[in-house]
Design a protein around this ligand. Structure first.
Ligand code: MN
Length: 461
């Protein structure tokens, strides 16, 4: 079943929350992403200082669903309102109905909440430092894919100039099981990882110390809303029913650790020290107006096997999401300079769709569960400024140039910052800021908020 465009996407809808009507906001009344906020409370009985609340973002405000559920605006006979956490909304599959109700309460022409005596308790200013991970329960499982052909070709060209793509790439959405416990919300700073690096010459001993080639990967994350029973694969036709929505994901990567450890079983400590996600889950319903065809395959490419193919996936399996990466060094922040944009790509440029990832992940009977997170893989395009990692941005090769330029992985042109500082990889004190948004003629622009992280110096070893 596809998510349909309906009256909730009407571009004329306005909210009584004025900031939601600003054309540049990420969170107009057509978006309504889910999140969890950490609210200060004074509870003399328990001594608790904070409570976690499920919220919906609207303009620069948050609608607290828990506080709302305690008022008469949440009728007792309506079980849709009987929740306390985003987790329950996810587990019980209640979001679709809620979207309409929440939107109705926020509409300019509805004064039930607008004029409610507890309005300022229920609708509170958004302060990004108070956002938690979107779900209260720990993320059960995290899988990271590698779904951009352009990213895979760039990276493959650095290590295997004559044979950049391995033979399985166009047949299988390549992925690995990542680490769920180190997924952190936007704004959490990260200590530079420490680890083993490859010996300088063959047969030598590895070195040990702080990572020297620290990188980010611009990805989208997909939260599973509905799971499947062990042994019961998810059909491609039903795959999107199992997805709640998307967030921004920064898959921080220690390239020197990765290069030494990845053979033969893939990424391990190079990836599991931290993965940052934006706090808002933009639901599949909200994304309906921004769907596009799956990436068209070249004439010589194999078509996906039948279990990963459907008319609907070909026609509307893609999602048009512009993604941007920005950097601010410590020096830039001290001098009051704005971050600079490193790249701009698009999620529609992925070789595999989210539905294909879900279907392939479960085809062997593997059970996905509500709250699981799937990473898309680095989002890169064919142009230099659309590359979604520093490894690719500073690399001098270009397999998509005509004729292709294949340069060994060591040839790099640094990025020059407005302070005169140079970067081939991330330095201590650098803040990486990722943004994502959808725009289409005739619809309101919606966004994902930001995914931020500052790298701190490594612990001493
Ligand atoms: Mn990745």
């Amino acid at each position: 079943m596809a998510y349909a465009i309906d009256e909730t996407h009407d571009p004329k809808l306005e909210s009584w929350v004025e900031s939601a009507n600003d054309p540049s906001t990420d969170f107009p009344i057509q978006n309504l992403p889910l999140a969890t906020v950490i609210r200060p409370i004074e509870d003399s009985e328990t001594g608790d200082e904070f409570t976690l609340s499920a919220v919906v973002a609207i303009g620069d405000m948050l609608l607290d669903l828990n506080r709302l559920s305690m008022t008469e605006l949440a009728p007792e006979d309506d079980s849709d309102w009987d929740f306390v956490a985003v987790d329950q909304i996810v587990a019980e599959g209640k979001w679709s109905g809620l979207r309409k109700k929440v939107q109705s309460l926020l509409r300019k022409d509805n004064d039930a909440l607008q004029n409610h005596p507890l309005r300022d308790e229920i609708v509170i200013p958004r302060d990004d430092s108070m956002m938690s991970l979107p779900l209260i329960d720990p993320i059960g499982d995290y899988t990271d894919f590698y779904a951009s052909l352009y990213h895979a070709t760039n990276v493959g060209s650095m290590f295997r100039p004559d044979n950049p793509l391995l033979p399985n790439y166009k047949h299988i959405p390549i992925g690995y099981h990542g680490r769920a416990s180190s997924i952190i919300p936007s704004g959490t700073s990260i200590k530079r990882p420490v680890g083993q690096q490859a010996p300088a010459e063959e047969g030598g001993s590895p070195s040990f110390g702080p990572c020297k080639l620290l990188d980010y990967e611009m990805e989208m994350g997909a939260f599973i809303g509905r799971g499947n029973e062990l042994g019961e694969p998810i059909d491609i036709k039903d795959a999107e029913d199992h997805i709640l929505g998307l967030c921004i994901l920064n898959d921080w990567s220690a390239r020197d650790l990765q290069k030494w450890e990845y053979v033969p079983l893939g990424p391990f400590l190079a990836k599991n020290f931290a993965s940052t996600i934006s706090p808002f889950i933009v639901t599949m319903e909200a994304l309906a107006p921004f769907r596009c065809g799956a990436q068209e395959r070249d004439a010589g490419d194999p078509q996906p096997l039948g279990y990963m193919d459907s008319d609907e996936n070909r026609k509307s399996g893609g999602i048009d999401i512009t993604v941007e990466v920005w950097l601010a060094s410590e020096k830039m922040r001290e001098q009051g300079m704005d971050p600079i944009k490193l790249s701009k790509g698009n999620f529609k440029d992925m070789y595999w769709t989210v539905a294909q990832m879900v279907t392939h992940h479960s085809v062997n009977g593997c059970n996905l569960q509500p709250g699981d997170l799937l990473g898309s893989g680095t989002i890169s395009g064919t142009t230099r400024d659309s590359r979604g990692s520093m490894l690719e941005l500073t690399w001098d090769g270009d397999p998509f140039a005509n004729p292709p330029i294949s340069a060994p992985g060591t040839q790099r042109t640094p990025i020059v910052l407005p302070t005169g500082e140079e970067r081939k990889f991330i330095a201590d004190g650098d803040e990486i800021i990722m943004k994502a948004y959808c725009e289409r003629e005739g619809y309101r622009r919606i966004g994902f908020g930001e995914c931020r992280g500052i790298i701190e110096a490594a612990r001493s070893v």
